[in-house]
Design a protein. Sequence first.
Length: 151
Amino acid sequence: MFGTVFALGLLRALLFDAQNRPNLGDSVPAFSTRVRTVPRRTYGRLHTGQDGTLMFGYRRLLVGSEKKLVVGKASSFEVGQGIFFPSVIEPIESAGKHRVVFRLLPTHRGAEEPVRACLGLAQVRDMRFTKGIRSFWKFVMESGGESSVGP
């Protein structure tokens, strides 16, 4: 699931210059990176709750009832602008670093500001050359044997 969706998104973004620009109130498709009980590479949609919380909705095997996870206060997260795809990151202020929480599809590359506004996140941070290629390669090569469709 992860490989197919991500590869098609990357091809659409690089070859056809496809871009998804979400509007206010839309949800944004994303893959998790081990958020609480949700396994890495679980496909779902990010949206903002009425109380300003960032929420992740996903379905087991892409069917059945939607499970929703409250990730945290939306304004405490940022959009990381990457080389190939943007990410939703959580700043770690004490260390001056960040933790990647969700990876967005490559078709959202170049639309970081609309994603930030849609989800009510704090800001857009340029991460293209801080960890960019090394982080992307690690993400692609990880093989923990975990499911990509949820628990």
